[in-house]
Design a protein around this ligand. Structure first.
Ligand code: AMP
Ligand code: SF4
Length: 458
């Protein structure tokens, strides 16, 4: 089973004319969560589920504006994030399962930590798998558990979800219902919106709003929401729940115009910038945010410190993300291609540079080189996330400890490696305070994984 890490986005519509076109819009606003491939599954006129999926961006796979695919009322979709090695069309979701008891399609964001164990057990019972994604396991479990003559139901789903451990925002589409499920730890976000006489559900609220919906509420940890012609029906597959939302959603992953569990992502980042100044002040002439995900925290740092914020780095919007380039050389040149310094703002000045996180250290090291070349007199780096030291097993591409610079070096070592005059990270307490939260997953910082991590090892 998969070593592929999936940071993805899901979106679903129930009971709205032109559902697949609305899903297309939703996916376009979740494109930052995955660029490798995407797909939409929709209910055709006879209740059969039709699937279209391919590698590429939403605009490439679904070029028609208001994606034309009949007048179906229900649909789900998915955007998939790819890493350098894995993937291909087989791993692109939604997955479609045909059964004599009716078709169903699934879309998943997250990572099932016991997928290998479950897949081994299912394989021994003769269940076939079509791809290397852990996400196929839920669909396979459902198929295996479907009683003859039975249909997918909340009871059946709850039974299967109780066998699964890990992080998930799952959508399951049948001909007469859309099920929205969240893992009992609350690791991955999933929100419900109201659109006309129907409902939408998606990984981020920015996509709900873009589709024209108003926000209803988040799906709760451990909850299965059945959306049907009868409206919303809520039940819980587990009562052992937590509110361990992934901290990286707030720090890096989600869009600033999304609200996660009642907290706006931009507001969270801005607050983290203010706290970062309180914890690690410094004297400087300008604050510089690294576009895009460092900008909100830079605003907070500037407001709290009174040091003016300047747009001293300009991003080329047409260059793909540097993080997922397969080789280190490509990543290095990628940073220079992506960010350009504004020399007249930088020359002779002391800078506080704010980026959202340091993973391998490549971005910061290149950036500081560039800023020194541009004439900066001092460069102080402030990071509104704690040092990343551990891999993520829940669907965010933070893969091995060897690649994480803070796993092998203390803060002074990282500071020397990136070539800064000073470096500081926000504390875990500061991060919790930024969101006004009492619980959050921070395992990639502190190794306190909310689940067992099974065969992934420690
Ligand atoms: P690095 O150059 O490896 O230190 O990467 C740091 C940059 O990667 C930061 O500027 C972040 O914006 C970005 N980043 C952080 N976490 C992730 C992630 N899980 N996936 C992709 N990019 C990330
Ligand atoms: Fe998010 Fe880190 Fe927890 Fe993974 S380990 S879910 S990236 S906070």
């Amino acid at each position: 089973m998969s070593q592929i890490h999936e940071e993805c986005g899901v979106f679903g519509v129930f009971g709205v004319e032109g559902a697949a076109g609305i899903v297309r819009t939703g996916l376009t606003f979740l494109q930052h969560r995955g660029q490798e491939g995407c797909g939409i599954a929709w209910c055709g006129p006879d209740g059969e589920i039709v699937l279209k999926r391919d590698l590429g961006l939403v605009s490439g796979v679904f070029p028609e504006d208001g994606y034309a695919c009949g007048d179906g009322l229900h649909a789900i979709g998915h955007v998939r994030y790819g890493t350098s090695g894995g993937g291909g069309i087989d791993n692109v979701q939604p997955f479609l399962f045909r059964s004599r008891r009716g078709d169903y399609a699934t879309a998943h964001n997250g990572n099932i930590v016991n997928a290998r164990e479950l897949a081994d057990a299912l394989s021994e019972r003769g269940v076939l798998f079509h791809c290397s994604s852990d996400s196929e396991v839920l669909g396979a479990l459902l198929g295996d558990a479907l009683p003859s003559g039975g249909r997918i139901s909340v009871k059946l789903l709850s039974h299967c979800l109780n066998l699964i451990d890990g992080a998930f925002a799952f959508l399951v589409l049948t001909r007469d219902a859309l099920y929205a499920c969240r893992d009992k730890y609350g690791l991955r976000p999933l929100s419900i919106g109201r659109l006309g006489r129907g409902y939408v559900v998606g990984s981020e609220t920015c996509a709900l709003y873009a589709a024209g919906a108003s926000s209803v509420r988040d799906v709760r940890p451990g909850e299965v929401v059945r959306i049907s012609a009868d409206g919303l029906e809520s039940s819980f597959y587990s009562s052992c729940t937590r509110c361990a939302m992934c901290a990286m959603e707030y720090i890096y992953f989600a869009r600033p115009d999304s609200d996660i569990e009642g907290v706006n992502v931009h507001a969270f980042r801005k607050e983290s910038g203010k706290i970062l100044f309180r914890e690690s002040p410094c004297r400087a002439d300008i604050v510089v945010g690294v576009p895009d995900s460092g900008l909100s925290a830079a605003i907070g740092y500037s407001e709290a410190s009174g040091i003016p914020l300047e747009m001293a780095l300009v991003k080329n919007a047409y260059i793909a993300r540097t993080f997922i380039q397969p080789t280190q050389e490509m990543r290095v040149s990628g940073v220079r291609m992506k960010l350009s310094p504004v020399k007249s703002l930088i020359r002779g000045r002391r800078l506080v540079v704010i980026d959202d996180s340091i993973v391998r250290g490549t971005t910061s090291r290149q950036l500081i080189h560039m800023l020194r070349d541009a004439g900066a007199s001092e460069i102080h780096v402030r990071i509104p996330s704690p040092p990343l030291k551990n891999p993520c097993y829940y669907g965010v591409d933070i893969s091995s400890r060897e690649e994480l610079i803070s796993a092998g070096m203390d803060v002074d070592g990282v500071c020397r490696f990136i070539g800064a005059d000073s470096l500081a990270f926000i504390s875990e307490e500061g991060l919790m305070e930024a969101g006004g939260r009492t619980d959050m997953c921070m395992a990639c910082f502190n190794r306190r994984y909310p689940t067992d991590i099974y065969s992934h090892g420690t």
